[in-house]
Write a protein that binds this ligand. Structure first.
Ligand code: RM4
Ligand code: MN
Ligand code: MN
Length: 396
């Protein structure tokens, strides 16, 4: 790779920040049970501590996404504790994720529930999250709605759209300048007949109905097979409605597998769509790049390091696409050459340039190895295994 290309890689990496999910460090499982890991985090302090390890070796993860019910069970009252941990571990709180899917009350939905009292409960919780976001100076509130139904005829879909419009409008009205409401969509699971926000079109229309600070969040695992995700991203960019990503990979459904483990070319194409947009418009897209993965078999911290390194590699490769020539080739309809411009960048080995970038930023050249030799994993395994042994793994 020549110096000019290496410079492009360095510049790209300098601007790529990836947010880690607090829940990615905790014990998680499948719908059949949890696999308990002796080193898994069971407190917010441990989650901050683990995230700080990933940031220490990659330099790319300054923020931690929080799930309010799991990480701030007492709501606003827990803000000082979170601030203390953020300071202690030099990791800022990231997106604030309401939980409107776990309580028994949400059996038939949250903001889309036919019962006004339950809709109120859900809206109140999200309003609390808006207040938490403000208090923490973490501007993105990122709700995922599990709302939907399992059988035809059992719910009035249009009525529920109305409930969502109304509820989201009220929530939007509580936003302060700078705060953003990122609406995530998902086609199915846990609902298997209809999901109230099933795709990007529904999320987009609801965001528009809510107000200008509402945008769409794309979770890469929340699509049907073969859906062209970069096209969705292109549309959202074109509409100035692209708010953030939840990165993960999948083969079948919402598998939450490691980013790029199944289809790295897709993530590359998504990154390139964003870079091309920025190049054409000479603007910077304000997109929150977040990871939403749960590794029940891989070691959690290692899996996160692997994820971040993969994201950096794919982002760097996307940066190597010569957008000027690509634009010209597209205009001329030089199909093979245009495709080769894209594909050629994808096949570049950016790893040596990334290593050099790491060294120049006083980061370990090999983050995984640095983590493995740090002794951190051995220490937390010792400290946490007793507590984890007592964790329930079964459904019953
Ligand atoms: C959902 C969705 C949300 C995440 C929950 C735990 O499938 O991806 O973003 O918060 O899982
Ligand atoms: Mn998600
Ligand atoms: Mn998901």
């Amino acid at each position: 790779m020549n110096d000019k290309a290496a410079e492009v890689v360095w510049k790209a990496l300098d601007r790529l920040a990836i947010e880690l999910p607090s829940w990615g460090f905790a014990n998680t499982g499948t719908r059949f049970g949890k696999f308990i890991q002796p080193a898994a985090a069971t407190s917010i302090q441990e989650k901050f501590s683990d995230a700080a390890q990933v940031h220490a070796v990659t330099g790319a993860c300054p923020t931690l996404a929080l799930h309010v019910q799991w990480d701030l069970p007492n709501g606003l009252k827990d803000v000082p504790e979170v601030e203390r941990l953020a300071k202690q571990f030099s990791i800022r709180p990231g997106s604030i994720n309401p939980n409107i899917f776990q309580n028994q009350e949400y059996k038939y939905g949250s903001v889309g529930n036919p019962d006004p009292a339950i809709r109120r409960m859900a809206i109140r919780h999200i309003l609390d999250c808006v207040a938490i976001s403000e208090a923490l100076g973490a501007p993105d509130i990122s709700p995922w709605f599990a709302d939907g139904s399992n059988y035809p005829g059992t719910q009035n879909i249009r009525k529920r759209i109305g409930y969502f419009e109304e509820g989201l409008r009220e929530i939007h009205a509580a936003l302060k300048p700078g705060q953003r409401l990122l609406l995530e969509y998902k086609p199915f699971e846990p609902a298997f007949y209809h999901t109230d926000i099933a795709d990007w079109g529904m999320a987009l229309l609801l965001a528009k109905a809510a107000g200008p600070q509402a945008l769409v969040l794309v979770d890469t695992g929340h699509h049907y097979q073969a859906q062209n995700i970069e096209q969705i991203v292109a549309w959202l960019l074109h509409q100035n409605m692209m708010g953030g990503f939840h990165f993960n990979d999948r083969r079948y459904a919402d598998d939450d597998l490691t980013l790029g483990s199944i289809d790295p070319y897709q993530i590359f194409r998504i990154f390139h769509e964003i870079r091309m947009f920025e190049w054409e418009t000479q603007t910077t897209a304000d997109i929150a790049y977040m990871v939403d993965q749960s590794h029940n078999l891989k070691g959690k911290i290692e899996a996160m390091i692997q994820t971040v390194c993969t994201a950096q590699e794919l982002y760097a490769r996307a940066a190597l696409v010569d957008d000027g020539s690509l634009a010209r080739l597209q205009q001329e309809c030089s199909l093979v050459d245009a495709e080769e411009t894209l594909r050629g960048a994808f096949w570049q080995d950016v790893r040596p340039a990334i290593q050099e970038w790491r060294k120049s930023r006083r980061l370990p050249a090999d983050p995984m190895q640095a983590f493995r030799t740090s002794g951190y994993l051995e220490r937390i395994t010792r400290e946490r295994s007793e507590k984890n042994r007592n964790t329930t793994a079964s459904y019953a």
